[in-house]
Design a protein around this ligand. Structure first.
Ligand SMILES: *Cc1c(COP(=O)(O)O)cnc(C)c1O
Ligand code: SF4
Length: 352
């Protein structure tokens, strides 16, 4: 099960003892990263590119969540329909696979994610039928795992089936494929054709956290999606060592803008400043990032929303984007409230 070559690669890439990497491998239940990223790691060891090294921590360091199902989605899986997550009334997250090209350290479904092929086309079809018979569902998130691990013909079929449901307005494909395995996009003509024929209903949701994730192969995959007429929207996760400073975050947001990709939101990880995690970003860093992004220094197109999971309701909540100057007090209140709620959850957890 242990991938010795990958452990060696990570150990030289991160400048860590092999035994430390073995311990991480154990802790995360077996490291895996796509061949594409492994090649990029091997290339950047030579150049001692610390920017890339830091950016790749998100795939290599131990898990943020030891907790299973930190966003409480499993109670919302519809009985008898394991692919249908109906957490929000008018929207479904259709979980078409548990397979992924990588294992991100912050994955909410980390305990389910595997590098083995797990796509079950009957279960996916049952999910599509469920959506068809629930006309109130207007938003569908095609997710996993990574939808781009699903064989291209089957993913194309899923997209076409969803597009043809008249009550569905909006189909989002949630994927990291662009930057972790761009060939899974460029080598899937069936999927690109289905996107090209979707007539505006499909949105491509990427998940890019660092400017270092861009690469010429990534640009080719972006161009293919844009040629199909599908808009690309980015969702980033705020991560220490990856994008936790105003400079790093600005680089990421503007590198995406230059490629026609708007970062819709930055996800503030569950846990706030109280959880002891390698990815814990301090309130001061959060304040510095948003003061920069929401100031008049930054183009409106490059102003992401801030989104977090409200720990008392377990739903996503957001701060509305407003020019930052003059709003410092509102932002401080947000950080203080968030911290207070997390503390209360800790107390509740301890007493139950
Ligand atoms: C995030 C999420 C959505 C979409 O929320 P938006 O605010 O529309 O981006 C829908 N369903 C589930 C289960 C989600 O986690
Ligand atoms: S790409 Fe998404 S599903 Fe895959 S490990 Fe990362 S967060 Fe989880």
């Amino acid at each position: 099960m242990r991938n010795g070559a990958l452990i060696d690669l990570v150990s030289s890439f991160m400048d860590m003892d092999r035994s430390a990497v073995e311990a991480i491998d154990e802790e995360v239940g077996g490291l895996f990263v796509s061949r594409f990223l492994q090649r990029r790691m091997a290339e950047t060891i030579e150049g001692r590119d610390s920017f890339t090294r830091e950016a790749f921590r998100q795939f290599l360091l131990p898990g943020l969540y030891t907790e299973v199902d930190p966003t409480n989605e499993r109670p919302h899986i519809v009985d008898g329909y394991p692919t249908v997550n109906n957490s929000y009334p008018n929207s479904v997250a259709l979980m078409v696979t548990r397979t992924c090209h990588v294992k991100c350290t912050y994955c909410f479904r980390g305990d389910l994610i595997t590098s083995r092929q797990t796509h079950d086309s009957q279960a996916a079809q049952a999910g599509i039928d469920w959506i068809k018979s629930h006309p109130n569902v207007s938003t569908v998130l095609v997710t996993g795992g990574d939808p781009f691990t699903v064989p291209a013909e089957q993913l194309a079929h899923i997209v076409e089936s969803l597009v043809s449901i008249p009550t569905v307005n909006e189909i989002r494909i949630d994927t990291r494929a662009l930057t972790v395995k761009p060939s899974s996009v460029t080598d899937s003509p069936e999927v690109l054709d289905a996107l090209g024929a979707a007539g505006g209903k499909v949105w491509f949701y990427s998940q890019i956290n660092s400017a270092a994730e861009f690469h010429p192969d990534v640009d080719r995959a972006i161009a293919a999606i844009r040629r199909a007429g599908v808009p690309i929207v980015n969702q980033a996760v705020l991560l220490k060592g990856v994008n936790h400073t105003p400079v790093l975050m600005r680089e990421m947001v503007y590198s995406a803008i230059r490629r026609g990709i708007r970062t819709d939101y930055i996800y503030l990880l569950d846990g706030g400043a109280e959880v002891d995690s390698p990815f814990n970003v301090t309130d001061d860093d959060i304040r510095a990032i948003f003061s920069e992004l929401w100031s008049t220094n930054t183009s409106g197109l490059a102003k992401p929303r801030a989104v977090y999971v409200d720990p008392t309701s377990n739903t996503k909540a957001q701060l509305l984007v407003t020019p930052f100057e003059g709003n410092e007090a509102a932002f401080d209140k947000f950080l203080a409230d968030r911290r207070r709620k997390y503390s209360r959850r800790d107390v509740d957890g301890a007493s139950s």
